[in-house]
Write a protein that binds this ligand. Structure first.
Ligand code: CA
Length: 229
C-alpha cells in the first residue's frame, strides 16, 4: 500500500496541528515544518506528494520556498494565503504553485483539496496516448514531455495537464469550467482565474505570445483551444 506523504509548512502552530490531525486521520503520512528553511530541507529529504505551503513564514517566505521546490520537485503545491488577499493568490500561482486555499479554511477543506490533487489521473483515457504536434510544438502524454523544436520545456504537473487536455482535442474550445473538471475533477471549488494563471505560465514557457499566440489560443467569452488560427 502506498501512503502519500504530505508536508505542511505553516508557522501558526494551531493551524499546522489541525491540518496534520485531519490529514493523518485520512491516511496521509504528514510532516510539519514551522519555518521556510526547515520546510525546504524536508521537501528535499522526504519527497512529499503534496506540500501545503503558507506564504508568510519566518526565515524564508512561502514564495521563495515554492520557487526553490520547483527546481527539484514535481510535488503538488497548495499555497495557504491570508484571508481575502488577492495579490497573494496570484503571486503565489506565478511561482509554480498548483492551487491555493484562502484562510481561514476548514480542516475538511484541506483534506478535500489534497485528495483532489492526488485523485488527478496519472493514467490516460483510451486514444489519448498519441503525441500531438502543433507546428514546432510536440506534446507527448506518455512521456509527459513537451518540446518546442528541439528544446524540452519544463512544465509543472498542473501546467502539463492543462496543455495536454487542450492538445488531446485540437480545435475544440474548452471553457474554464471544462478544463477545471477535466484536470481537478468535478468536485473542485475555487476561482476560475486559476486556469488563466496556468495558461499564462504555459505560454511563457513555450515562448508563446498571448497577443498573437501560435499554440494556445484564447477563445473570447469561452476559454482556450489548440490548433491553427
Ligand atoms: Ca504565517
Amino acid at each position: 500500500m502506498n501512503t502519500h506523504k504530505v508536508l505542511v509548512i505553516e508557522d501558526e502552530p494551531a493551524l499546522a496541528r489541525l491540518a496534520q490531525e485531519y490529514l493523518t486521520r485520512d491516511g496521509f503520512d504528514v510532516t510539519t515544518a514551522a519555518d521556510g528553511e526547515r520546510g525546504l530541507a524536508l521537501a528535499r529529504e522526504l519527497e512529499p506528494a503534496v506540500i501545503l505551503l503558507d506564504i508568510g513564514l519566518p526565515r524564508l517566505d512561502g514564495l521563495e520556498v515554492c520557487r526553490a521546490v520547483r527546481s527539484f520537485s514535481d510535488a503538488y503545491v497548495i499555497m495557504l494565503t491570508a484571508r481575502g488577499d488577492e495579490l497573494d493568490k496570484i503571486v503565489g500561482l506565478s511561482v509554480g504553485a498548483d492551487d491555493y486555499l484562502v484562510k481561514p479554511f476548514s480542516p475538511r477543506e484541506v483534506v478535500a483539496r489534497v485528495r483532489a490533487m492526488l485523485r488527478r489521473p496519472r493514467t490516460l483515457p483510451d486514444g489519448a496516448a498519441a503525441a500531438r504536434r502543433f507546428g514546432e510544438l510536440t506534446v507527448d502524454p506518455l512521456g509527459r514531455e513537451v518540446r518546442v523544436g528541439e528544446r524540452v520545456v519544463e512544465l509543472t504537473a498542473t501546467e502539463f495537464d492543462v496543455l495536454a487536455t487542450l492538445a488531446r482535442s485540437p480545435n475544440v474550445a474548452f471553457s474554464r469550467t471544462q478544463l477545471i473538471e477535466s484536470i481537478w475533477g468535478p468536485g473542485w471549488v475555487g476561482d476560475e482565474r486559476l486556469v488563466d494563471v496556468h495558461v499564462g505560465r504555459v505560454r511563457r514557457k513555450l515562448g508563446d505570445d498571448a497577443g498573437d499566440p501560435r499554440f494556445v489560443r484564447t477563445v473570447r467569452g469561452v476559454g482556450y483551444r489548440m490548433g491553427p488560427g
